[in-house]
Design a protein around this ligand. Sequence first.
Ligand SMILES: [Zn+2]
Length: 249
Amino acid sequence: MSTYITTGVVLRARSHKQNDRLYTVFTERRGKLELVATGSRKILSKLAPHLVMFGEVELVVAPGKRHDKLAGAVLKKIYLKPPYNLNTAILGTSFLEITDVLTSTGAPEPQLLKSLKYYLSQLKDLPTLEEDWRQRARTFLGRFIYKVLKVTGLAIQVTRCQKCQGELAAPVVFSFTEHGFFHRRCVSDNHNIHLLIDDSISYLQTLASRAEPAPGRELPQELLGFLVDYVQGQAGRSLYTLKVLRSIL
Ligand SMILES: [Zn+2]
């Protein structure tokens, strides 16, 4: 493989070995990539200003043994610029973190990249009034999670009970044990379940039918709690940003 150029959104950056930086970038051509920026401080200091938080970057990548190497980077766009509203920055970071934990490296996910860019682009227009911010942010986060789950194939059937195939009607639970929605009466007591309110089920069904929930119809708080649990279950760990957001949304 020879050097190639692609654009992507930086999901994560961290120190690597003594002098290197490791960047996780969600790219157009190759999906999620772990790219190492190695070498002298001079090279790093040239690259680093382009690899910023919430940035979309054009990258020159040179294939390497363990990690591909970052040979060049040009910042194309910043979705959210400092000074940040702290909560909005946490929300944006959660989009990046969710994308990171629910995708694997090396497979292009054009639909997911498109969604990620869309949700990042909405951050700067969130309302400033706290109560309005909270409602919008909750809806964005819930809908983003739903979208990621759908695109990555983790989405679940939300119209019929997985046991009796009957139409879902309250009380409805999600079983983490069997990974699906059931009538409450159709699961036994030893299941690890989440009980969903009617409003959450109907919101999920609206999303699943690909209809847009009516403007102004905000995502139920309880549904966000469920989606967050679901993501963390898939990730196998709790995510710091989601923990914070759950306490404020
Ligand atoms: Zn049933």
